[in-house]
Design a protein around this ligand. Structure first.
Ligand code: ZN
Ligand code: FE
Length: 253
């Protein structure tokens, strides 16, 4: 599977996947129809499906242009089908489907929005987490509780270590600056931030990450870590309380 990612709007990451054997092409979300269409032209790929992670405008506004230009069909979360114009197929938690040879599993990951879905391709070892799991961060809680987001992130963190993560925004550097405020002695995080800063200075995208790397460096997966808990003065608090505190601090960062 070839993966092409590029920035659109200000910090949305557009992702195109192309299977060289069966020639199918999949987009993850549709942040900007014109930019995605010109990338498809450049690659000479014909778009077959768009997998929508959640209903927010910056993930769906390219749908109508791309449907018109390419005839693509749209797959998205069942729980948000009334809020996504142009949806052709709705998927629920644990649904498994194929596009060409590619097996895809829908994992509901509410928190950022109530019906958000992450798409997992077990054979390709890829997961597309939209605005749920970011590299070094997680999405804001617009339609969910900390408990909901926590359990969504737990589902993703249980995927195999070497699963590559692609997400909806290039927020890694800012997320990492926050992570360092509460996890400053984490050497893996320090090293990673060094790489992230280098990539961003060259205007390069910092994704993909991996599940193992996120588990080692993302504060929103590290709420059980004793040094983070000590920094927050929350050594004995429940996971949910620690997670909520992390999310609150990030909101105000
Ligand atoms: Zn969003
Ligand atoms: Fe977004």
């Amino acid at each position: 599977m070839l993966v092409e990612q590029f920035l659109c709007q200000t910090d949305n990451i557009s992702i195109l996947l192309h299977n060289e054997i069966d020639k199918t092409t999949i987009a993850i979300d549709a942040p900007d129809g014109a930019t995605i269409a010109s990338k498809l032209n450049e690659m000479r790929w014909n778009l077959d499906f768009i997998l929508i992670t959640h209903h927010h405008n910056d993930h769906t506004e390219g749908i109508s242009v791309l449907k018109e230009k390419t005839g693509t069909q749209i797959i998205g979360p069942k729980a948000e089908e009334d809020r996504i114009q142009g949806l052709d197929y709705a998927v629920n938690d644990t649904d498994v489907f194929h596009i060409g040879r590619c097996k895809i599993k829908a994992i509901t990951t509410p928190g950022h929005t109530a019906g958000a879905i992450s798409y997992y391709m077990p054979e390709e070892k890829l997961v597309f987490s939209g605005d749920t799991l970011f590299s070094l961060g997680c999405g804001r809680l617009f339609e969910g509780t900390p408990a909901a987001m926590l359990s969504s992130l737990q589902k993703l963190s249980k995927l195999p270590d070497n699963t590559k993560i692609y997400c909806g925004h290039e927020y890694t550097e800012r997320n990492g600056q926050f992570a360092l405020t509460i996890d400053k002695n984490n050497h893996t995080l320090q090293r990673r931030m060094h790489n992230v800063v280098t990539l961003r200075r060259q205007s390069r995208i910092t994704l993909p990450s991996t599940i193992a790397l996120e588990r080692a460096t993302n504060p929103f997966l590290r709420y059980t870590d004793i040094s983070i808990r000590k920094n927050l003065n929350m050594v004995d608090a429940s996971d949910e309380i620690v997670f909520a505190e992390l999310r609150k601090r990030k909101d105000n960062f």
